[in-house]
Design a protein around this ligand. Structure first.
Ligand SMILES: [Zn+2]
Length: 270
């Protein structure tokens, strides 16, 4: 064992890994999103509870929460998603639009950037906070119209094009229902847990153990995923330093849609 858990991480870390933090709906939003998801696409309906399960202790309090976990988040096939910019410069808007459109060339889905706040499915801000994030798929329908469903906290007029592509394509992947590749339960990353907690617990993330579990370590169950196998080239995978991973091999720095991403989204929206 060459490295102990106390080995300081490379200083490179201080300026890299702009992590996208999962957006979690509140209780009321979750219930609203769940109903909207089933209305949007009947394939999102959770599997029927077995009669026996309904007889035993299925209280009305826990039923919606359980259902939300099992409810899909996919838009209808061929959907045109309305997009509305809540703020941002003309340059920011046009650069985001150009990158987002890359998904429409591979999936049966369209974006309408002339949507109004009232009829948009995706509402974009550049100033909601310092992070970049998006709600997952039809979870956007659970968010109040006054609030953004997507944010680009560090993209400016003069940010380089590679960073626009990396971040915008990634967040729009979430908006189409894709989750983080490092949380793909079909294979993937063996974490060096003490290093992961130490790293994300410190600045700039300052995450609690629970936030680290949700955003980094936790895996999605296979039935939540419709997943293809773990794709190390995915735009939905973040670059993690080797110090955070057993064996010490870092994940790649992916800035473009991979072949796996294209295959996956074509399968989702044929
Ligand atoms: Zn993300």
């Amino acid at each position: 064992m060459a490295k102990s858990d106390k080995t300081p991480l490379p200083t490179k870390h201080d300026k890299t890994i702009h992590m996208c933090c999962d957006r979690v709906l509140s209780g009321a939003e979750k219930v609203r999103a769940m109903h909207a998801a089933i209305q949007e696409n009947s394939a999102n309906a959770p599997p029927k509870l077995a009669p026996r399960a309904r007889l035993f202790g299925a209280s009305s309090m826990e039923a919606p929460a359980k259902m939300a976990l099992q409810t899909g988040k996919k838009w209808a096939d061929g959907k045109t998603l309305g997009v509305y910019f809540m703020d941002g410069s003309a340059t920011q808007k046009s650069r985001v639009t150009a990158q987002a459109m890359k998904w429409t060339t591979v999936a049966n889905i369209k974006f309408d950037f002339s949507a109004t706040r009232a009829n948009a499915h995706i509402r974009i801000s550049f100033v909601a906070d310092a992070g970049s994030w998006s709600y997952i798929g039809t979870d956007c329908l659970g968010v109040a119209k006054s609030k953004p469903t997507m944010n680009f906290g560090w993209l400016r007029d003069n940010t380089d094009e590679t960073e626009y592509e990396r971040v915008v394509v990634h967040e729009f992947g979430h908006a189409l229902g894709a989750i983080h590749e490092h949380q793909n339960s079909k294979g993937g990353i063996q974490w060096n847990l003490p290093a992961v907690y130490a790293y994300f617990g410190g600045p700039p993330n300052n995450w609690t153990k629970e936030q680290v579990d949700n955003n980094v370590i936790g895996k999605y169950s296979v039935d939540q995923l419709n997943a293809s196998k773990y794709d190390p080239d995915s735009i939905m995978l973040y670059q993690f330093d080797g110090a955070l991973i057993k064996g010490g091999k870092p994940t790649k720095f992916n800035t473009k849609l991979s072949r796996g991403d294209k295959r996956f989204i074509r399968k989702q929206y044929p």
